[in-house]
Design a protein around this ligand. Structure first.
Ligand code: NDP
Length: 386
């Protein structure tokens, strides 16, 4: 029987919602490109309910306990006295979301003698030290595509919010004011701007597709080129590297995984090569930027705005410089955890557990590490140092 340790973010301050803003979710059974949404044998939750916080339990308790397994759910994940550290010692499976990551460091992996499976309920397994997971034979899996469109929508929203100066203008209303000049003195149209994405995978390409109707010039860089027909359809300009691309762009959006190739990619030097007044949107991972370089660039005016939802560490401390830097549109890590996304990644987590517990293969596209090596999606999207 397996012990499953699930680390989730805290419940709402007033407890689990007793009612919801909407009654249903649109039925989506395929992602762009044809991959099916998760196909577990069953789910024990109502799509549209809050599943990602502690009481939501990703809808897993009935399924696991009925089969005789143990489920431990906690939000307490930091430090050696945390519930996470205590329970990890004999856990077979760890589940966490990138929004509230249970960092599986080399030290923790070395001490987790029973651990065989680390599931990311969502996308992005960089909170797991992949070199160590490989060394310890731990399988790492994530629910590929489950929240890619959710994030792409957040990126488009953030670009418009920054370029149009939406958030400060909204604040004027909240403050009882009406000074239009204060609102519009930093407000522009997106139309005609050059927008580039670092990586055009599931999220990056979805961002490009959503922006095309805004009559912008679209750019991208990626390790691999998109098919020619996609480049032609969207009018894309390809650049071999981010350094080649960013000087041409008014808006840059980062949609690459965090791995050794991308860590601190946006440092002082790369940001200095961007157009004065460019906007940078990063919903990928905070450590793809140098946080102090971003702060400096906003204060100097090199960047006109920065937005995203990814921080390091998470949760961000109260004195994190990104909370107080000028012209930002940051949120907590929410873009991939809409109620719509939660229903998909909770179902995907259930699918992964059903397969693993029954000894059936996990979908190739969900695998990051398996059999002591990068596998599936991990084999082409990640790199390791070892
Ligand atoms: P995909 O794997 O579909 O796309 C990632 C793309 O990045 C691939 O095309 C990959 O190329 C490319 N890439 C990898 N390394 C580099 C590099 N050094 N330079 C340029 N391109 C590179 O992932 P998704 O689009 O689904 O997600 C991207 C990232 O977004 C995730 O890794 C995660 O960190 C983040 N994310 C954030 C969420 C949030 O809530 N804010 C939620 C979900 C994801 P190749 O095809 O050659 O591997």
């Amino acid at each position: 029987m397996a012990k499953v340790l699930c680390v989730l973010y805290d419940d709402p301050a007033d407890g689990q919602p007793t009612s919801y803003a909407r009654d249903d979710l649109p039925a989506i059974d395929h992602y762009p490109g044809g991959q099916t949404t998760p196909t577990p044998d069953a789910v024990d939750f109502t799509p549209g309910r809050l599943l990602g916080s502690v009481s939501g339990e990703l809808g897993l308790r009935r399924f696991l306990e009925k089969a005789g397994h143990t489920l431990v759910v906690t939000s307490d994940k930091e430090g050696p006295d945390s519930v996470f550290d205590r329970e990890l010692a004999d856990a077979d499976v760890v589940i966490s979301q990138p929004f509230w990551p249970a960092y599986l460091t080399p030290e923790r992996l070395a001490g987790a003698k029973n651990l065989k499976l680390a599931v990311t309920a969502g996308i992005g397994s960089d909170h797991v030290d992949l070199d160590s997971a490989i060394a310890h034979g731990v399988t790492v899996a994530e629910v590929t595509f489950s929240n890619s469109i959710s994030v792409a929508e957040h990126v488009v929203m953030s670009i418009l919010a920054l370029v149009r100066n939406y958030l400060p203008s909204h604040q004027v209303v909240l403050d009882g004011g009406w000074n239009i000049a204060d609102c519009v003195s930093r407000s522009y149209d997106l139309e005609g701007m050059h927008v580039g994405t670092v990586a055009a995978g599931r999220i990056g390409l979805a961002v490009l597709r959503r922006l095309a109707p805004f009559d912008v010039a679209l750019h991208y860089t990626d390790r691999r080129r998109l098919p020619r027909e996609v480049e032609e359809e969207l009018g894309l300009t390809f650049h071999p590297t981010a350094a080649d691309m960013v000087p041409h762009c008014d808006v840059v959006t980062v949609n690459a995984p965090l791995h050794p190739e991308t860590e601190h990619l946006f440092d002082d030097e790369l940001i200095a090569s961007m157009k004065r007044g460019a906007y940078l949107i990063n919903t990928a991972r905070a450590r793809i930027t140098d946080p102090d370089a971003v702060d400096r660039a906003l204060r100097s005016g090199r960047l006109a705005g920065y937005a995203g939802d990814v921080w390091y560490p998470q949760p961000a401390p109260a004195d994190h410089p990104w909370r107080t830097m000028p012209h930002h549109g940051m949120t907590p890590h929410i873009s991939g955890s809409s109620l719509s996304a939660q229903a998909r990644y909770a179902a995907g987590t259930r699918e992964i557990l059903e397969c693993w517990l029954a000894g059936r293969p996990i979908r190739e596209e969900y695998l990051i590490v398996d059999g002591g090596a990068l596998a599936g999606t991990g084999a082409h999207s990640y790199s390791v140092t070892g």
